[in-house]
Design a protein. Structure first.
Lengths: 793, 193
């Protein structure tokens, strides 16, 4: 492309090129320094031009008066009466006029705003009038106060505090970022307080925020800013001024105003604070409206290098198109900026950025799938990438990430919580005879109530990081406090919900000076624990409460077993026996695992993984215990073949366990979700390690059996190892391969120390065998290739 | 009148008895002070007095080599003097006379306590003077047709086709005229300061 005519440069600068030519010219600009310089010059020229226009217009503008309106100082004086002396007219808009007036009684300057009659009758104005009344009650150092509202001969007027000084954007010229933020925070504080009282400003702009000589920002016209521009005038292109601070919902029919409407305007101010430019710099009103409705502002950091990214994110979030994606009110914005100033992490992300990222990633994932299908990527690599991308698209709640982060403050919080829990637990150690009965559990009750209340209030104030800490502590305190209270106040002590022989109190009698609790009391406290864990889980969606619910459930199960006498110190057989306990927990383990799988299938992965992991741990622990126990679970499954009768009874159990793990690995892989695939790889490692490990252990342990049979183990280990090594080829099982290699090493070690330690030929033969294997692996494929070639010929 | 920069004017003031330099100085800067004083609420006659006094004070300070360009711009230096002079003058007037002056409709009641605002008023006046001088110079320098094209298209915001048709030039020429005038104005503005 040759350099275009000057017209193109002009149109480009004024943003009047159609998008096609714009992109074409933009790419030309990248290459042509001459045109780039011209554009830069045109931009600077444009700035001067704006100034020239305003210089010219200050003298030429004459507002059109309605005959009946207060147009002159004399008329204003006659309405206001003796008390006020009108000095001059300071403002004249389509909504009304503002006069500077001396209040002779209180000897102070005030501003008086007269509303135009045509506005006075309007419905919006009656709303405005109502808000002005509310404003009269609102007292804040950063808000220009409304002293009085009045009406004479149908002419409404508002008497306000007189504020003078440059507008905010003028005042912060030359100030540092921190100082600018300080001013801005004053504004936010004022708007936040008004929002809390249900007052919306509607017209936040620098002209409405003046900075006094003591560097105090004052927000003017609060709640009495009128809709000076009607939509009709916008459509007819008659919109006056530059409505750069209007939000999308203000310029779309039907107009809807929320507190987040003010947040948008504040976002524009913040953008100016950071970059000294407007987010939507278009000067032509029609284009500006279009931009406000549809376009995304340039990133502040692209304009000013030093813009802190958290502030950029805060600013962009305030500038969201959809009011519901913005901060709900000025308080939210204020809190986030304060968080930034305190050096805490700010989690706000503008949604349009994540939309953009989401789109890009979606396309990329499609590509990745194609690559995987064409075997350019392995399934594992694909999973890893998809995992990372998924986390980028839908990161867990920021609060969760924050709560998981072990920052100093977070560690202190959790430590404090833990100490509170321990403190409450210590109350169990004694009956505390010297304290009146009603006071005994009180410290724990107070602590629980306090933690719960703090947790809930923090959650409401969106301080999720602290909320999770307090709620987790409360959750741990609940069973302790409930049990303690029931026991000390002797509630439910007569009821005994036992169906077996055993009672908790009988067991506890063995522990000296421990408070005696009944079965029913334990049940109730555990049920409450479980219920509250689920409740907190539902509210906070933090997976720690899933773990708490699982723990509560398992504790309850254990209690049931003990009470039923299925485990515990009862005669004649000893139910503390590990294999009995393992037998009791195997089914719950499987149950949890299946529940986890079901949840995962329904896309509740967040809740599924604690269940699956707990289930997995229970299954593995139980199966391992069962395998080494006397009464092997699988002994009765089939009659042992005759040649195996002499062998250790555990061998079959171990092999069976290994096969079960491998089977589970296969099932998990078939289920296909990412969580299942990662569980599958865990089982894939467990299978061979379990089998080979058991062969090795049994060989060492099987001292009771005859030498001939011991040889079986010695042979079985290398055979199984080789089988795993070669078995890895089929499905690229690294777990098989490496455990096979380890098994071979163990077998070599065994052979060396027990049989072949005196033969020098042994290591030599090993080396030679190794070399032969390597040569074979090198030569056989070539030989095979030659063979096929020959056969083709 | 010939184009001079503030540096040239100040150079001229160094020699005593250089009346042309003094005239130029007053021509440039006195109106700024008059307008400023008026903006702050002084009646017309007082504003003129204040401006005259400011000019003389500046000359005295300049001759005594108290003014140093390194320390601040000419505008700022003049602002300092003008502000002091006007405040003094105000101190001598009865308050009521200042406040109730309805003919001008202005008062510096509000402004006088607020340095920010005073400075802002001054800067607006100063800037207006600089821009006016530059525009005058551009008119002298450039082809009247170019200046007219600029005024119609850029200042009065008339459609480019209309302007081009009226002045019998191409659209592109109108755009170039705008660019030329503005670029020259910026150049002059830099020179003047």
């Amino acid at each position: 492309m040759n350099c275009p005519e000057y017209e193109t440069i002009e149109r480009y600068t004024l943003d009047r090129l159609d998008s096609e030519r714009r992109t074409e010219f933009s790419s030309h600009l990248e290459l042509c320094p001459a045109c780039k310089a011209k554009v830069a010059e045109a931009r600077q020229n444009e700035r001067l031009l704006i100034e020239l226009r305003t210089v010219g217009k200050t003298t030429s503008q004459t507002p059109d008066y309605d005959e009946s309106d207060v147009a002159t100082i004399d008329r204003a004086q006659s309405i206001l009466g003796e008390r006020y002396r009108v000095i001059r007219k300071v403002g004249d808009g389509s909504a009304g006029q503002v006069f500077q007036v001396i209040d002779t009684v209180l000897e102070r300057l005030v501003a008086v705003k007269f509303l135009r009659r045509k506005w006075s009758s309007d419905k919006t104005t009656s709303q405005t009038w109502h808000e002005a009344r509310l404003m009269g009650r609102l007292n804040h150092p950063n808000i220009a106060q409304v002293y009085e509202i009045g009406e004479l001969d149908g002419q409404k007027f508002i008497v306000m505090e007189w504020v003078d000084g440059p507008p905010l954007t003028e005042a912060w010229k030359g100030l540092q970022l921190q100082q600018r933020l300080h001013l801005f925070l004053g504004v936010l504080e004022a708007v936040a307080i008004a929002h809390e009282r249900g007052i919306i400003h509607r017209d936040i702009k620098p002209q409405n925020i003046l900075v006094t000589s003591t560097l105090k920002p004052k927000v003017l016209d609060f709640g009495i800013a009128l809709e000076t521009q009607s939509l009709e005038s916008i459509e007819r292109g008659l919109y006056r001024g530059t409505p750069s601070y209007s939000s999308p919902e203000q310029i779309t029919t039907p107009v809807r105003i929320y507190t987040s409407t003010d947040v948008f305007a504040l976002g524009v101010l913040l953008y100016e604070l950071l970059t000294d430019t407007l987010p939507f710099p278009q000067t032509d009103p029609k284009k500006l409206f279009e931009a406000i409705k549809t376009e995304y502002p340039e990133l502040p950091s692209a304009i000013q290098e030093k813009v802190p990214i958290p502030l950029q994110n805060i600013c962009l979030k305030a500038l969201e198109k959809d009011p519901h994606n913005r901060y709900a009110n000025a308080r939210g914005l204020l809190d986030d900026i304060n968080r930034y100033l305190r050096g805490e992490k700010v989690w706000s992300r503008p949604s349009f950025l994540s939309d953009k990222i989401q789109q890009e990633i979606f396309y990329h994932c499609q590509k990745l799938k194609v690559w995987r299908d064409n075997e350019l990527l392995t399934q594992k690599e694909f999973d890893k990438l998809e995992n990372i991308y998924e986390r980028m698209i839908s990161p867990p709640d920021p609060s969760i990430i924050e709560a998981r982060e072990l920052s100093l403050s977070q560690v202190c919080l959790y430590l404090g919580g833990w100490i509170v829990v321990l403190g409450s637990f210590v109350l169990f150690y004694k009956t505390w005879e010297q304290i009146p009965i009603y006071w005994r559990p009180t410290p724990a009750i107070i602590a629980t109530a306090l933690m719960t209340a703090l947790g809930i209030s923090m959650w409401r104030r969106k301080e999720s990081r602290l909320a999770v800490g307090f709620l987790a502590t409360a959750n741990l305190l609940i069973p302790i406090t409930v049990l303690l209270t029931l026991a000390q106040w002797q509630i439910l002590s007569s009821a005994d919900y036992s169906w077996g022989t055993e009672s908790i109190s009988q067991i506890l009698k063995n522990v000296k000076s421990w408070i005696i609790v009944g079965n029913a009391q334990v049940y109730v406290s555990l049920w409450l624990w479980f219920a509250f864990s689920l409740l907190f889980l539902r509210v906070t969606r933090s997976s720690i409460f899933m773990l708490f619910s699982v723990t509560a459930f398992l504790t309850w199960l254990t209690t049931c077993y003990i009470i039923a006498g299925m485990i515990g110190p009862t005669e004649p057989f000893n139910p503390w026996d590990p294999d009995i306990i393992a037998g009791r927990y195997l089914l719950p383990g499987i149950g949890m695992f299946i529940l986890g799988v079901i949840l995962d299938r329904h896309r509740y992965t967040h809740y599924a993984w604690p269940l699956c992991m707990t289930g997995l741990i229970l299954i593995v622990a139980c199966l391992s215990v069962i395998a080494i126990s006397e009464n092997t679970l699988f002994g009765w499954l089939w009659r042992k073949p005759k040649f195996l009768t002499e062998l250790e009874p555990h061998l079959l159990s171990f092999v069976c366990n290994g096969l079960i793990y491998l089977g589970l690995a296969g099932i998990c892989r078939l289920l296909g979700t990412r969580l299942q695939r990662s569980l599958s790889s865990i089982f894939n490692w467990l299978g061979p390690i379990h089998i080979l490990g058991s062969l090795r252990i049994l060989d060492l342990d099987a001292s009771s059996i005859s030498e001939g049979h011991r040889l079986v183990y010695r042979i079985l280990l290398p055979i199984a190892s080789f089988a795993f090594v070669f078995g890895s080829v089929a499905r690229q099982m690294k777990s098989f391969f490496f455990s096979g290699l380890a098994g071979i090493a163990a077998a070599v070690h065994k052979l060396t120390i027990e049989h072949l330690d005196k033969f020098f030929a042994w290591p030599v033969s090993l080396i030679i065998t190794g070399i032969i294997w390597m040569l074979v692996s090198w030569l056989v494929p070539r030989w095979k290739a030659n063979l096929t070639l020959k056969s083709r010929k | 009148m010939q184009w001079v920069t503030s540096t040239q004017i100040l150079e001229g003031l160094k020699t005593t008895g250089n009346t042309t330099a003094w005239d130029k100085f007053c021509d440039h800067f006195q109106p700024v002070v008059v307008n400023f004083a008026r903006q702050l609420g002084l009646p017309e006659a007082d504003a003129e007095d204040a401006a005259q006094e400011t000019m003389l004070e500046f000359l005295k300070a300049f001759r005594n080599e108290k003014y140093n360009r390194e320390k601040g711009s000419l505008g700022n230096w003049l602002f300092g003097i003008a502000r002091r002079v006007i405040l003094n003058l105000r101190g001598r007037k009865p308050l009521e006379q200042l406040v109730a002056d309805k003919t001008t409709g202005t008062s510096f009641w509000d402004l006088i306590q607020d340095d920010h605002n005073i400075k802002h008023t001054w800067e607006t006046e100063w800037r207006q003077m600089v821009l006016t001088k530059c525009v005058q110079q551009v008119r002298r320098e450039l082809d009247p047709k170019v200046v007219e094209a600029f005024e119609l298209y850029a200042l009065s915001e008339q459609p480019v086709e209309e302007v081009a048709g009226r002045l019998k030039m191409s659209n592109n020429a109108v755009y170039i005229a705008k660019s030329r005038v503005l670029s020259r104005l910026r150049e002059l503005e830099r020179q003047f300061e």
